[in-house]
Structures are given as structure tokens and as C-alpha cells.
Design a protein around this ligand. Structure first.
Ligand code: BG6
Length: 526
């Protein structure tokens, strides 16, 4: 049985939430179900209201009716009808153009009415679920309408979705624009990876367990692999993806969050800035590749036609809204090094891609092999016994592989695994991944949001790769078949270091039972 050893005090804060782009997918799929989950968990203030703002012409009644339909489809478990009625009464809609100042006057009137009706005490936050080109204009309009002012203990915050810029210069420019209107403490740059339980658990695993930290350094760790593999293609997002590519879409944000939480020094507290200072420090310590090294430390790929089982999978270049001659990468792998005392000489391999063989996000920590002495006749690869894998999705858990003697008269080394499985030990979660992030914004805890310097540090690292790739279009695309593990060059990236990517099929958390001994190796009996 799982013992809960510490529970944080429950908090909530009266406020109005305004969703820009409320008629889009994010609202119905994630934000509204997440708010319902918060209400159910008594983490949403009774003094709360939500206003949808978008270009689509709709009344409050029509918006409520639409959401009442959507919630049935998108909530992961049925929402109690009493709770939904309570929630519905505090939902409003304002139609308007994001660039039209008159629309912000309408919004202001609606906010004032909601504040009065639900006693939200003048606190408000704005969720920008809009195209990135509107981030700065919406913030400017909010500022001009006087909606971002904080006075007499009232707060005003803005959540900005990704992508935050498309390179280092545009990210800096966006930071400058936002900071003309908002103070840094009002800007919540969201990265939905930080809403994932297992990602948050990284800090707990590292810093609440005294067995982890002494081993967490170059003396014991050989290398780290971070994988975010998807089986889906670009779906209907070809238009966006053509301007982005796998590197921009996943690496400076999601993968760097995983990297910084894995590699950061222990913070002095869980205060937002204490944690983010340490994350930023790591991002600043990642070696920025020299242009001449890009081709040897980075690999790009694009999927061609392929298949999974009987299903035929189309090539990227034939996806909707994708150019037939597209040079956009759908796969990226990097070898990075962190220049600090803890990690010098430990490579961090990152890979991400669409249409790969399996949907998995994980961090694999490979420990150094044990000294030879007792196992002189064993192949070196078989002595890579200790590996800790933090499974982020779809299975959530942690597994630790170690060597054990296979029962019998001869000395044989078996590789076995100890497993922690979130669903088994804590029950299955119905979370959308946005609950914690929305709640944190409401209570003013920015720990899980990106600070300006972190965003810029991330772009700084990948900028040379973006530049070199743009200057030298890939000649060999497509270079991997949909449904496989990516281009052969990605294997070569590790093979050059005498390493290989972890075979993901092996060693999932206990939902897939792990055989008692896998990869049996015979150890020399002395
Ligand atoms: C988004 C990317 O930020 O993250 C998508 O734009 C990607 O391309 C998605 O599919 C992956 O998120 P998750 O939570 O499914 O791993």
C-alpha cells in the first residue's frame, strides 16, 4: 500500500480567467476539463469565473451549450451534473478581434460584471491560446485597456503558450515586447511538459531520496539519453510544422525541461526562483555547438512512406499542407555536453521525432560499468548493467535495471529490473496535465513556468544547429521510413562514442511484465 508522507496545504485564490482563442481546441480538450478537475478536487475558488474571448461570433448561451457538449466528449471521466451546473453559471463569452481596442473595452465591461457577480476580488489572468503572432499585440491591448495593472493587492497575470519565438532573436524580441507591458513576475510562459506528473516527480525522486544524489554525477553516470518519440505524423498541423520542424517544436522547450530537471543542482528551496535559477544555470552550462561541429553532433531526419502492421503510413511530403519538396525535419537527435563540475565528459543524447515506432517519452540514465575483475570473460556491452529509466509517458514510472546471478550451477549474469508504476501504486490519474499549471498560476507559483532567461538560454544552444541546417538543406530526405526508429545517422551518432540508443521495447514499467532475466550474459567464473 502507498503511504502518503506529506501533503501540501490546499489553497485557492479568487479570480477571473480570460481565455483568448476560446473557440479553439485547447479550451475544450484541456482547459475546461482541467478546471472541472480542479473544482472537483476543491482547488478552484468558489469566487471564480471564466470568460472566453475569440473572433467567432457566439453568445454566452451558445458558448455554454457548446462546452456542455464538449465536456462529455473530452472529460476523462463524467463530470458530476451539480458541479457542471455550478461551473456553467460562471462561464461567459466575448466576441472580438484580438487587434481591435474596442473589443477590449467590451471585455473590460464583462470582466467587471463577472467580478461583481462572483466576488473575484479584482484578480485576473489571461490565457493566450492564440497564434504566436498575437502574443505581443494581445498583451499590448490588455495593457492599453488597463487590464494588466496590479494595485491594492490585486494581481494580473498572462499565460503565454509555446512556441515562444522561433529562434534566439525572435524570443528576445518577444520578451522585450511583453516586458514593456508586464513585469516578469506577471508572465507565465507555459510548457505543458511541466504539467506531467513524472516530470514533476524528477525533482522529488532526485532530492527526496538520499540514495540518488550521491550517484548523480560523472563519477557514476556514463551517459544520459532523453527520448520523446511519437507515433503520430503531423496530422492536420502541416502548415505550422512546415515553419517549425522537430528541433524547434520539441527541443528548446520540452526536451530542455527534461534535461535541466535531470541535470540541475539541488535548489535551496522549492521557491520558484530557487528552482529556476538552478535550471537556468544548467541551460547556460550546456556547450553551444560550434558551426563546424553541427554536422557531427546533430542528426536530422524526415519520414518517408512506411507501415505499422497492415496500416500504410504516408510520407511527410504527402501530408496535408506540406510541400512536396519539403526540407523540414520530422526527427532530430543531438549530442550535448554540460560544462560543469558534475557533468563534464558525460554526453547527453536527445532525440525526438514523429512517426517513430513507439510513443514513448523517457529519460534513461546509464551508469558506468562495474570493474572487470570478476567478469573477465563477459562482453563489455553485457556489463552495462545499471540503468535507471524514468518513464514519462505513456506508462509513468521508474525502473532500475541491475545484474543478478541466474540460478544454476554455473555463474551466469542476468539483467533484472525493479519497477515503480504510478498507476499501480497511486491509482490511475484523470488529470489533463493542465490542472497543476492553472492552479499554480492562480496562486502565483511560477516554479513550473519558464523565465525569460531560461527560454533564451535554450534557443542559444540550438541556434547554431538551426543556422547550419538552414544553410545546408538536407539532400537525403526522406531518410527514415514511417514506423521505424529514425535515420541510421542517429545510430551512428552514438556508435561513434561506442554506445547505442536504448531499445525502447525492452523494460517498460510493470504493466508489461519484465522477464526475470533478460539479455543473459555469461560471466567468467574465476
Ligand atoms: C507539442 C508539439 O508542444 O507537444 C507537438 O507542438 C507534439 O508537435 C506535442 O506532438 C507532444 O506533447 P505530448 O504531451 O503528447 O508528448
Amino acid at each position: 500500500m502507498t503511504e502518503i508522507v506529506q501533503e501540501q496545504g490546499q489553497q485557492d485564490s479568487p479570480c477571473v480567467m480570460v481565455i483568448f482563442g476560446a473557440s479553439g481546441d485547447l479550451t475544450k480538450r484541456k482547459l475546461i476539463p482541467a478546471l472541472c478537475n480542479l473544482a472537483k478536487g476543491r482547488l478552484l475558488s468558489q469566487q471564480f469565473a471564466v470568460i472566453g474571448f475569440s473572433y467567432d461570433s457566439m453568445t454566452t448561451e451558445a458558448f455554454r451549450a457548446q462546452l456542455s457538449k464538449d465536456i462529455k466528449e473530452f472529460a476523462s471521466e463524467p463530470v458530476d451534473s451539480k458541479l457542471w451546473d455550478w461551473f456553467l453559471e460562471r462561464i461567459y463569452y466575448v466576441q472580438g478581434d484580438f487587434q481591435d481596442s474596442a473589443a477590449y473595452q467590451k471585455l473590460k465591461v464583462q470582466i467587471a460584471a463577472a467580478e461583481k457577480a462572483h466576488s473575484t476580488q479584482g484578480n485576473r489572468f489571461f490565457y493566450l491560446a492564440v497564434s504566436p503572432k498575437f502574443f505581443a499585440p494581445v498583451a499590448q491591448q490588455l495593457g492599453q485597456a488597463g487590464l494588466t495593472e496590479e494595485a491594492d493587492g490585486k494581481w494580473a497575470r498572462v499565460i503565454v503558450e509555446k512556441p515562444f519565438g522561433r529562434d534566439l532573436d525572435s524570443a528576445k524580441e518577444l520578451n522585450r515586447e511583453l516586458k514593456k507591458i508586464l513585469d516578469e513576475h506577471q508572465i507565465y510562459r507555459i510548457d505543458h511538459y511541466l504539467g506531467k506528473e513524472t516530470v514533476q516527480n524528477l525533482m522529488v525522486f532526485r532530492f527526496a531520496n538520499s540514495i540518488a544524489e550521491p550517484l548523480w554525477n560523472r563519477n557514476f553516470i556514463d551517459s544520459v539519453q532523453i527520448t520523446a518519440a511519437e507515433t503520430v505524423g503531423v496530422e492536420q498541423r502541416g502548415g505550422y510544422y512546415e515553419t517549425s520542424g522537430a528541433l524547434r517544436d520539441m527541443v528548446p522547450n520540452h526536451l530542455f525541461q527534461l534535461l535541466s530537471l535531470t541535470a540541475m543542482e539541488p535548489p535551496i528551496s522549492f521557491d520558484a526562483d530557487a528552482v529556476r535559477d538552478k535550471q537556468a544555470e544548467i541551460l547556460h552550462a550546456v556547450q553551444v555547438p560550434k558551426p563546424e561541429d553541427v554536422m557531427s553532433m546533430a542528426v536530422r531526419g524526415q519520414y518517408g512512406q512506411g507501415a505499422t502492421g497492415a496500416e500504410r503510413l504516408p510520407a511527410y511530403r504527402t501530408e496535408p499542407m506540406v510541400s512536396a519538396a519539403s526540407n523540414t525535419e520530422t526527427y532530430a537527435a543531438l549530442r550535448l555536453e554540460i560544462d560543469n563540475w558534475r557533468w563534464a565528459g558525460v554526453p547527453f543524447y536527445l532525440r525526438t521525432g514523429k512517426r517513430l515506432s513507439r510513443r514513448t517519452t523517457e529519460i534513461a540514465i546509464q551508469f558506468r560499468r562495474s570493474p572487470f575483475v570478476l567478469f573477465r570473460n563477459t562482453k563489455i556491452a553485457d556489463l552495462q548493467t545499471n540503468r535507471l529509466v524514468i518513464h514519462i509517458q505513456p506508462d509513468e514510472g521508474i525502473s532500475l535495471r541491475f545484474g543478478a546471478k541466474v540460478p544454476g550451477a554455473v555463474m551466469q549474469l542476468g539483467l533484472v529490473s525493479m519497477e515503480f508504476d504510478y498507476a499501480r501504486d497511486f491509482g490511475r490519474s484523470h488529470s489533463t496535465g493542465y490542472e497543476r499549471l492553472l492552479h499554480d498560476c492562480m496562486i502565483g507559483d511560477a516554479t513550473l513556468f519558464q523565465r525569460a532567461d531560461m527560454v533564451e538560454a535554450g534557443w542559444r544552444v540550438i541556434q547554431p544547429v538551426l543556422d547550419v541546417w538552414q544553410a545546408t538543406p538536407a539532400k537525403q530526405f526522406p531518410n527514415y521510413a514511417a514506423g521505424t526508429w529514425g535515420p541510421a545517422e542517429a545510430d551512428e551518432l552514438l556508435a561513434r562514442d561506442g554506445r547505442a540508443w536504448r531499445k525502447i521495447e525492452e523494460g517498460q514499467p510493470s504493466s508489461a511484465a519484465v522477464p526475470a532475466a533478460v539479455g543473459r550474459a555469461t560471466a567468467g567464473v574465476q
